[in-house]
Structures are given as structure tokens and as C-alpha cells.
Design a binder for this molecule. Structure first.
Ligand code: BGP
Length: 502
């Protein structure tokens, strides 16, 4: 089979609808290893040649086996086992049992046409107490996973920190409250780079610093229909402003020091950068004055995270606002902070805000979301697929990174198998197609987006929501661990195969 025709796609989607097994539904004789029908051809809806199609996951959300092979305790183990923290009293002790089923999951990705896979490495598997002697069995697991991926023709893109801090570092130093944790993270980063960079050429350092810092240390809240809804994460602290800013600083410093460690310890040419949930201001109109306002607002919204990571220092406006609560930065740390990244990953789910230009400082006016503004299933997830165009465009115009990856994009949906066994996630299909259309526009205009990782491969342990929120392209029955690709998996596979919006 040289390509998947429209008719075959229809048949394939129909097969999903008939609840056929994963392997049969996704088609024997997978085209994944053959040239894409779009390769070398241009079309109004195509992505650039060589565009990387992938999925993203994180260790704590899928692996399970939290006490196996010498794995240490993480702050998420503690948090998930604290009464009342996770919906329905769920925990991630087993999750998707990926630690034991990784071969099956890699085969599943291959069937989906995945070419790049962003997974995370659990720090407590490598250094059970955060520092000290490495745990060989933990390293072996990721080494086997990397081999399995490469054998399936999938390029591994590991993330070094997706929120599962070794509990020992929390107990000993107060976790990210301490500069000691920054050093420990750099040592761990360098060690992993040394072990894996013979087969891994790109690493992401930390995932969504703003999310784990603010939700874990500030009792973060989002506005939903006029009400404030708390979004809390491990370790569940509520720090005063100066201490919170110090945690924020330690996390961005850790990213800079991790880049240095990876460059120093990895094979020559190993590249790395953060995976950050950029807060994007979307202009109301695509017109220079409005776009300028959105750029100014985006730079300010990300002042303590992406802006400082890309510019190497805090914007003056932020320091003035923070006043006596500003982070304390030594001269040596200020120099470390200026370490350039090789690329950036941005997680893009929703617009942070819509803006209009303003003659008053700071040069833009944020407008509130209308009460009737549509949203996806998650309380925080206001719908605005055009952010998938504006986020990379604004990031590119502000900071000119060499390369941008969309490291996450996806949505939760109320997925349930229907009577015929198939999962018809029409809303996720709509969301993905719309996001991809806007992303395609960005690439067509020359914004250097090199790849797209859908969040996520399969339903998982969704942090404080437990197993109650499903984000996967693949449905997981957590009683049997059966994986069933949803309708959106068929969509993803076709888009990846054609390298185009379909
Ligand atoms: C990102 C995280 C993911 C995933 C997703 C959904 O913030 O990197 O790990 O959880 O968003 O988020 P939430 O659980 O808040 O709905």
C-alpha cells in the first residue's frame, strides 16, 4: 500500500467505529514507513517537508510501577496519597502500567504514524533521593524505551522534568525553594545526557515551569464564569510573594543550568530547550497596531518564565512591579540565566487573553472573555484555536528562536465507548483540526515550527483530576488496560501521513 486513499480512510474510520482491535483498525501494512503522499509536493494545507508529527506523555501520568526497580518516592506520590487531594481518591500507582507495557505502547504509536515521541524521565527512577548514586535499573528502563522507539522509526524527545520531584529533595531542602535543588537538577540532567545522548539528540529540560510552580506553591486559581476555581498541585504549598518569586527564579535558573550540563555532558551537538506553556495574548484584529499590542502583552504575561528564559534577564517592568518581593539573584546566577537555548517547546491549549491596542501604558488593553465564550471540557480550557497561529508567530517575532516545537496541544473530552465499541470524540477531532489549520498558517508564513506533539497518546492519570479527565487519542480502560484508538486517532494518523490538515 503506497498511500491511504480517502476511501481507505473512510473504511479505517469505519473499522474504528466497528470496535475492531487496534491493530486491525489502524490497518495492516501500515504506511508509516513509506513516503508520505505529500512529500515533495506543495498544497495550500501542507506542512513543510520534514515536519515532525508526534505525541507527548509524561512519566508520572502513565508509567505506574512507582516503587519498582528501586524507584524513589516523588512529591506526586506523597500528594496523590494525601486524603482529598485527587478526585475520587485516585492515585498513579498503576496508571497505564506503561512501565511494563512500553513495547505495546510503542507499537501503538507506530500504528498511529507517530514519528517523534515526547516522554518524560522520572528523576526518582534515576536518582531515588535526588542526588547521590544513580539507580542502574531506572536508567535501563529509559535506555530500553529509547531502543524500542528507534527500532520503530520514532525519534525520542525526552523531557527531564515533568513535575515528579524526588520527595527527598522536598524534605531536605524544601524542593524548588532551595538553590540546592537547582544544582541537583543540573547534575541529574548531565548524567542523563551522558547516558542517552548516543541515541537521543534533543532533550526538553523542564515542562511548564509556570504550572508546577504556581499550582504547587501559590494555590493558583482560574476564573470560570465569574467564579474562582482552585487548581492545586504537589507539593501543595502557599508561599508569600517573595518566596514564590524565589521558587520561580530557581526553576528558570535550573533550566539554564540544565542546558549547560546537557551541552557539557552530552554527545557533541546534543540540543535542548524548555517546554513551556506560553501565555499568549491574541490580537482582536490581524493589523500591525493590534499585533504589537499582543506582542507587548505576551512578553509581560511571561515575564517570570519564558521571557526571562529567552532574554536571559528579568524585564525591568517586572522588577519594578515586584519591588521588594523581586527574586534575589547573585552575579554568578545572573550570568547562568543568560545561557541561550537551542530551541523552544511551547504547550498551546488556549489564548491567555484577547487584547486591543491602547494609547496608555503598557500599550495594550486586555479584554475579558465573554461569559458565553465556548470552552472544551476542562474548566480552564476556553476555546480559541487561533492561538495555535498566534503563539508561534508572536514567540518568533519576540525572540527569534532557531526552532519552535509545539510540545503539547489537545483537550479533555467526555469519551465513552459507544455501543459498537468505538469512541467518537467529535469534539477532540474538531479541536485538533482547527488547531492544525492555524498552525499550518504559521508554518506557511515561515514561522520555524519544526514539529507538533499532540497531548496526549492515551488517557492517563490527569493529576488532581485522577482518571476523570481523558485527553488521549487512544481510550484506556483502566480496569483491563485495553487501549482503543478513538476517532481522533484516525484523524491524527491521516494528517501525519499526508503531512497536511485533512
Ligand atoms: C499540561 C501538562 C500535562 C497535562 C495537560 C492537562 O499542563 O503538561 O501534563 O496534564 O496540561 O492539564 P490539566 O491536568 O490541568 O487539565
Amino acid at each position: 500500500m503506497s498511500q491511504l486513499s480517502r476511501r481507505e480512510f473512510g473504511h479505517y474510520a469505519g473499522a474504528l467505529a466497528l470496535g475492531m482491535s487496534t491493530t486491525r483498525a489502524l490497518g495492516a501494512g501500515s504506511p508509516a514507513s513509506e513516503a508520505s503522499p505529500q512529500a515533495g509536493r506543495s498544497s495550500a494545507l501542507s506542512f513543510p517537508q520534514g515536519f515532525r508529527w508526534g505525541v507527548a506523555t509524561s512519566a508520572y501520568q502513565i508509567e505506574g510501577a512507582v516503587h519498582e526497580d528501586g524507584c524513589g518516592l516523588s512529591i506526586w506520590d506523597t500528594y496523590a496519597h494525601t486524603l482529598g487531594k485527587i478526585e475520587a481518591g485516585h492515585n498513579a500507582d498503576v496508571a497505564n502500567d506503561h512501565y511494563h507495557r512500553y513495547r505495546e505502547d510503542v507499537a501503538l504509536m507506530k500504528e498511529l504514524g507517530v514519528k517523534v515521541y515526547r516522554f518524560s524521565i522520572a528523576w526518582p527512577r534515576i536518582f531515588p533521593t535526588g542526588t547521590g548514586s544513580p539507580n542502574g535499573k531506572g536508567v535501563d528502563f529509559y535506555s530500553r524505551l529509547v531502543d524500542e522507539l528507534l527500532a520503530a522509526g520514532i525519534e525520542p524527545f525526552p523531557t527531564l522534568y515533568h513535575w515528579d520531584l524526588p520527595q527527598a529533595l522536598q524534605d531536605k531542602y524544601g524542593g524548588w525553594q532551595s538553590r540546592e535543588t537547582v544544582n541537583a537538577f543540573a547534575d541529574y540532567s548531565g548524567y542523563v545526557a551522558r547516558k542517552l545522548s548516543d541515541r537521543v539528540s534533543r532533550f526538553f529540560t523542564l515542562n511548564e515551569i509556570g504550572t508546577f510552580v504556581d499550582r504547587g506553591h501559590a494555590g493558583f486559581e482560574v476564573q470560570v464564569g465569574g467564579e474562582n476555581v482552585p487548581l492545586e498541585s504537589a507539593p501543595g504549598l502557599r508561599l508569600p510573594p517573595a518566596e514564590l518569586n524565589q521558587v520561580r527564579f530557581h526553576a528558570v535558573l535550573a533550566q539554564a543550568l540544565s542546558v549547560q550540563a546537557i551541552h557539557a555532558m552530552g554527545k557533541k551537538g546534543t540540543q535542548c530547550g524548555p517546554a513551556d506553556n506560553v501565555s499568549t495574548a491574541v490580537p482582536v484584529i490581524d493589523e500591525p497596531e493590534h499585533v504589537r499590542a499582543a506582542e507587548l502583552a505576551t512578553r509581560e504575561l511571561n515575564a517570570t518564565y519564558l521571557t526571562v528564559m529567552m532574554e536571559g534577564k528579568y524585564p525591568e517592568t517586572f522588577l519594578a512591579r515586584a519591588g521588594k518581593h523581586a527574586p534575589r539573584v547573585t552575579d554568578e546566577d545572573a550570568r547562568i540565566l543568560a545561557t541561550p537555548v537551542d530551541f523552544i517547546g511551547i504547550n498551546v491549549y488556549r489564548p491567555a487573553v484577547y487584547v486591543l491596542p491602547s494609547a496608555q501604558l503598557p500599550g495594550y488593553q486586555s479584554i475579558p472573555f465573554n461569559v458565553s465564550h465556548p470552552r472544551m471540557q476542562s474548566s480552564w480550557h476556553l476555546l480559541g484555536p487561533e492561538v495555535m497561529y498566534w503563539a508561534p508567530r508572536i514567540v518568533h517575532s519576540l525572540w527569534k528562536p532557531n526552532a519552535i516545537y509545539i510540545t503539547e496541544n489537545g483537550c479533555a473530552a467526555s469519551d465513552e465507548p459507544s455501543e459498537d465499541g468505538a469512541v467518537y470524540d467529535s469534539d477532540r477531532n474538531m479541536f485538533t483540526r482547527n488547531c492544525l489549520s492555524h498552525l499550518q498558517r504559521a508554518t506557511a508564513e515561515g514561522v520555524p515550527v519544526k514539529g507538533y506533539f499532540h497531548w496526549t497518546l492515551m488517557d492517563n492519570f490527569e493529576w488532581s483530576a485522577g482518571y476523570g479527565k481523558r485527553f488521549g487519542l487512544v481510550y484506556v480502560d483502566f480496569k483491563t488496560q485495553k487501549r482503543t484508538p478513538k476517532l481522533s486517532a484516525a484523524y491524527f494518523r491521516e494528517a501525519a501521513w499526508r503531512n497536511a490538515v485533512v
